[in-house]
Every structure is written in C-alpha cells, then in structure tokens.
Design a protein around this ligand. Structure first.
Ligand code: COA
Ligand code: ADP
Length: 609
C-alpha cells in the first residue's frame, strides 16, 4: 500500500456506520471487489477508471431500486481521492438514494478500502451522483416517490441534498461569471521559461461502444465513459511530467446527452495548465454513429499530482499553452483552481476544517450559502440535545460536542409559519424584539435568498443580559458582526423554513477600532408549521466566546433571560402577523412572473422545490 494511505475511519464515522448498520435502507446497494492485477495500473494500484465504473454501477442500481425503472447518470459532483488502493485489497462501495426530487434523485456513495491482513478500513472517497429516470414512451417525465429518511444521518443527507442541488444548478454559471468579472489576474503564459509546449500533451483516442459497455437499456454506462476519459487524461498528464501521475480530483461534471451501443466515442485531452504541484487536464468526449453528426457528451477537468517515493508531491514543469484556445483554457484553469479550492474547503462537511470567517466574494457565495444552511441543518438534526431549562413552554436545550457548546431555544407561536418566516428572515427587524441587536444594516442583497448584514451588539464582558449597563459604558464597547443570512423555504412537507447565519469577512467592511469584531460560526432559526396557524420556532447558536456569556447563566439555571427575549419575539410575531412584509410582496410579485432562469441568482431561486 502507498505511504499516503494513512487515515483510518475516524471514531465519529465509525459510530455513524454502526447506526447505519442497525437500520436497513431499502435503496442501499453494496458492492465489494477484490483488486486484481487486471484492475491495476503500473504501480499495482487500482485504476481510477475501474473504480469509477464500480461507483457508477453501484449508484445506478441504487437509483433503479428506488425508481423501479431504468435510470441514467445526469451528473457527478467533485470527487477527491484521499487514498490509493493496492492489488490484493478489497474495495467496499455503499450507495443509497439521499433524496428524490421530481424525476431526478441524489445518490450518495461511500468508498472504503479494506486490508484483509490487518483488518483495517480506510475511506477512499465519497461522491454524490444525480440519476434521472427514463421518461415514459410518450415523453412524459416520471415523478419519483419521495424518500423517507430513517436515521439521523439520513435525515441530514436528505435535508442538505436540497442545498447540493442548488450548487449543481449554478455550477456552469459560476465559472462563466468568475471569468467575465475579470477577477482572475491574467497570468502571462508566454513568460514561463523552460515550459513544455501544451501541444506535446495532446491526446486523441476513439472507442467503439460495444454491448459490454452498455446497460440493459443499451445506453453507454456513465462509469465507462468516465473511465475512458480518465485514460486519455492520464496519458496527457504523463506526457507533461514524464512520470506516472496520480489522479487527485475530478471536478463536478454533467452528462449532456446519452450515448448508445454502436457509437464511436472520440476522446480528446490536453494539459490546460500546470501549477507547482498539480496539473489540470481537460477532456472532451464526443459521440457519433458511423455516419452522422458529432454529439458533445461530456467535458471534464481532472487534477493530477506526481508523488515521490515518500508520497510527497513533486514540483512539476510549467506549460506553454497553444495560442488563442489554449491561452483561454490556461486562464480558465486558474479560475477553476480557485473554485475547486472554494468548493473543497467551504463545502467541507467538517466544521472544524472551515475557517470561522471566510472572505465573501460573489464566486464563493454559493458555497458559503451551502455551508451556512447545511451547518444549521446538521446542528438541528443532532439527536443528543438535552433540555436545560423550561419556562412557560419556552424551552432551552444544550448540546455538547467536543469543545463546542450549542444551544437551542424552542417555543410555539400562533402565527402561520410563512408569516413568521417573513418577519424573522428580515434581520433588520430584529432590534425590535432582540435586545442583543442594537442595529442591523443590510449591506448587500446577493439574490432573493442570501443577504449580507452588519449587526451591532453590546459587548458581553460589560453588558450581559439581565445586568443593565449605563449607555456610556455600552457605547464604548460595542461589537459588530458581518453576517451572511441565507433564507430557505421548505423543500417538502415536514421541512422547516430556515434562516441561517454565519460570519463572513468583507474587504469593504474591515474591523474598526470603535467596535470589537465578533464572529458567529453557526446560528439561525428554523420555523416549522405544526398546525394550521401554529409554528414551532427554534433558535440555534453554536456558542462562540462572544455569545456564550449571554446564555451561560441561563444554561446554569441562574436566570431565564432567554425567556424574556423569546417572549418578546413571540409578541412581535403575533402583533405583526397580519401585516404583509416586503418579502411577501416580493414573493407575490415573483409568482406573477413566469420565466426561465437566466442568471446565477435566478437559477438559484428556481432550485427551490
Ligand atoms: N445535474 C443534476 N441534475 C440535472 C442536471 C445536472 N447537470 N441536468 C438536469 N438535471 C435534472 C433536472 O434538475 C431535472 O430534475 P427534476 O425532474 O428532479 O426536477 C431532471 O434532471 C430532468 O431535467 P430536464 O431538464 O427535464 O431534462 P434534460 O432534457 O435536461 O435531460 C438528462 C437531463 C440527464 C436526462 C439528459 O441530459 C441526458 O440524457 N443526459 C445523458 C444521460 C446519460 O446517458 N448518462 C450516461 C452516460 S452517457
Ligand atoms: P473548453 O474548451 O471551454 O475548456 P470543451 O468542452 O471544448 O471546453 O473542452 C474541454 C476540455 O477538453 C478542454 O479544456 C481541453 O482541455 C480538452 N479539449 C477540447 N478540445 C480538445 C482537442 N481538440 N484536443 C485536445 N484536447 C481538447
């Protein structure tokens, strides 16, 4: 096994797996394969193309088990390969449907490796693929039955799948917008000395689609196409580095149209750019019948590294792109590198890996929103919340996770959920009921669902809840927060409205001497319709040092200031329930407009189910 093969499944993951073992998911499909020499490359490691075929096949069988009819791969999200797998080891693949939308569904795939001699298991990668059911003979879309999550983990995946769908829908637009904004510094590709001419790395290869490459509907397997694409990409990368490269990442990609048995698939690859330790190779796949036009099936971008004997990435030669198209791709590869890093680190499910305040910019907005909403949904879905205090049905719960303390305040109001959502989502209203909000200013309206605010709050050290301070004292020690507020309507019955908050940094709003800059890791509200005209409101906060003193006396049972604030919130909602807010008016206005999405924000808006 390679020396990079170091990370065993973490304790938390093992616990999750035990919980999963206990519950049988009807869509789950498992595949185990022993890696034989015929599956391996020249380093006796499993060929990634072969792994992609197994992944696609397992995921397709899971999708078809749910749909009860044939399905095709529509897209595959980014895959980061954490480890390589050697001949003689076992690959275990588990796929299950996380959520069914209309005719499409998200399948989550976990790949781990097992060393038979030491009985150790490692995670190799996880992937999310979207599969679409075949239309009926008359061309009608088939609506899939919904998924009913059974475990806490399934509930989280179900909920967050809607956010991942938003990211997928705007994927192509993000790169276009990043390039059109000219925010990527133009690198002078001709100035690179001793660079290798990109032309030297060019590959063109043809494949004839035969029955073994196709599924039971004679459509070419997505995994087979991916494997052929990996093959040509690997040749292109090898020509640059004159070594055997290791595939690290495949960017999110889409199967634009189907291919069938009898198609000739022409695969073209070239190195688009070479960075210090990584190479981006682009591949384009086109299909045609013996006679007939070329159909663009897929384009993918893959990142390779070359590892030395110790598993450390080697320094790579630079590339001199071909004129015009090559130069354009050279620049676009730089933009994709930024997006790849944003996606990897911001979308990361592990909160501890995400810096507290990430700089906000329009191109990472979608990932920050994803992180914002998914963090709140994951916090809400934890099942180890403990009731700490209760007063007149306002309940305070706490959750302890490693070094983090989170709290939830829960209360019911006699206000319809959509009204409560409109009132609470408008953060600039919050000073009307929350004494912790001295001021709240809308800095930027990103789109219909995401907003940036600057909030001014009293400092906790001198002015804690329930201990009033003089105006002068409070004035001197105010703190401010730059918050991204992501507002989401329910994605299905039983789903709550969500208002998620997290800190971001904005170059136009740097910290000032006048205010202490506070940071919010994960906070917000969920609003769930419990009965007609009744809603359950849950306020969440993953307590950072700035927030903890506000609530610690309540948690300790020494005071019930939380009760006063949330009574005030309840009164505010009841008082204003009948007035329509500006957000409701916008909704009304939009319902009268029918259009297809043309911009990033419109596409995002249309991702609401
Ligand atoms: N990623 C995720 N989902 C996608 C998608 C993408 N890139 N493109 C379309 N979809 C989803 C839509 O959101 C929609 O979902 P919903 O019904 O749950 O709301 C569903 O696919 C159908 O979309 P629609 O716009 O009606 O269909 P389309 O004309 O765009 O066709 C495919 C979508 C996937 C069926 C079509 O592009 C196709 O046949 N691709 C080739 C699939 C294939 O053969 N794969 C195997 C390898 S060749
Ligand atoms: P784009 O050119 O915008 O990147 P394409 O879908 O045309 O998008 O191509 C995807 C990638 O496939 C390109 O970035 C390039 O790396 C590779 N590619 C495209 N055409 C060729 C070709 N004729 N020869 C070699 N590689 C190609």
């Amino acid at each position: 096994m390679s020396s990079r093969f170091s990370g065993e499944l973490e304790e938390e993951e093992e616990e999750e797996e035990e919980e999963e073992e206990a519950s049988v998911n009807p869509t789950e499909v498992k595949m185990s394969q022993i890696v034989m020499p015929c599956h391996s490359n020249h380093r006796q490691e499993l060929d990634v193309g072969q792994l992609l075929k197994w992944i696609d096949c397992t995921a397709c069988l899971s999708a078809e088990r749910h749909a009860g009819s044939p399905c095709v791969t529509a897209s595959m999200d980014d895959i980061h390969f954490e480890h390589t797998i050697s001949v003689g080891q076992v690959v275990n693949i588990r796929a299950k449907v996380n959520r069914a939308f209309n005719s499409s569904m998200e399948v989550g795939i976990q790949v781990s490796c097992e060393d038979l001699f030491s009985d150790r298991h490692w995670r190799v990668c996880h992937a999310y693929a979207t599969f679409v059911t075949h239309r009926t003979n008359t061309g009608q879309k088939v609506t899939l039955k919904p998924i009913v999550p059974q475990t806490q983990k399934e509930q989280v995946e179900y909920s967050v799948a809607a956010e991942r769908r938003r990211v997928r829908m705007v994927h192509d637009d993000i790169i276009k917008e990043l390039l059109s904004m000219g925010s990527i510094q133009q690198a002078d590709s001709s100035a690179v000395c001793n660079a290798v001419a990109a032309e030297k790395t060019k590959v063109e290869s043809v494949e004839l689609v035969l029955p073994p490459h196709a599924n039971h509907q004679v459509n070419t397997f997505g995994g087979q196409i991916m494997a052929w694409m990996v093959n040509v990409a690997t040749i292109a990368a090898s020509r640059l580095c004159q070594a055997h490269p290791t595939l690290r990442t495949i960017d999110m990609f889409t199967f634009r149209g189907p291919s069938q048995v009898g198609d000739r698939l022409v695969l073209r690859a070239i190195v688009n750019n070479a960075f210090k330790n990584s190479i981006e190779v682009g591949v384009r796949a086109e299909a045609h019948q013996e006679e007939g036009p070329n159909r663009h099936i897929n384009s993918a971008f893959m990142t390779f590294e070359v590892l030395d004997d110790l598993g450390k990435p080697c320094t790579l030669p630079r590339i001199r792109p071909e004129p015009l198209e090559g130069e354009r791709r050279f620049q676009e590869a730089i933009a994709r590198k930024k997006i790849r890093l944003d996606r990897k680190y911001i979308i990361s499910r592990k909160q501890s890996e995400v810096p507290l305040s990430v700089p906000w910019d329009p191109t990472n907005q979608v990932y920050l929103s994803y992180n914002n909403v998914s963090a709140l949904k994951m916090l809400a879905a934890r099942n180890n919340w403990r009731l700490s205090s209760e007063k007149d049905k306002v309940r305070l719960y706490t959750l302890e996770q490693k070094s983090m303390l989170s709290f939830r305040v829960e209360f019911e109001v006699e206000v319809p959920a959509h009204r409560a959502f409109c009132l609470l989502a408008e953060l600039s209203n919050r000073p009307k009921w929350d004494t912790h909000y001295k001021q709240c200013e809308l800095i930027h309206r990103v789109d219909d669902d995401d907003f940036l605010y600057r909030v001014v709050a009293p400092s906790v050290h001198h002015s804690s809840v329930g201990s009033p301070t003089s105006a002068k004292q409070a004035e001197g020690i105010l703190q401010d927060f730059i918050l991204l507020a992501s507002k989401r309507k329910p994605c299905g019955s039983g789903d709550p409205y969500v208002v998620a908050l997290r800190s971001v940094t904005l170059p136009t709003y740097p910290p000032t001497e006048e205010y202490n800059r506070g940071e919010v890791l994960c906070a917000g509200m969920t609003i769930l319709e419990t009965k007609v005209n009744k809603s359950l409101i849950c306020y969440y906060n993953q307590a950072s040092p700035e927030v903890l003193p506000y609530i610690s006396t309540d948690i300790a049972g020494l005071s019930s200031s939380f009760y006063n604030i949330f009574c005030s919130c309840s009164e505010y909602l009841t008082r204003n329930a009948l007035q329509s807010t500006s957000m409701e008016q916008t909704d009304q206005h939009q319902m009268t407009k029918t259009h297809s999405p043309t911009s990033l924000s419109e596409a995002l808006h249309s991702a609401h189910l």
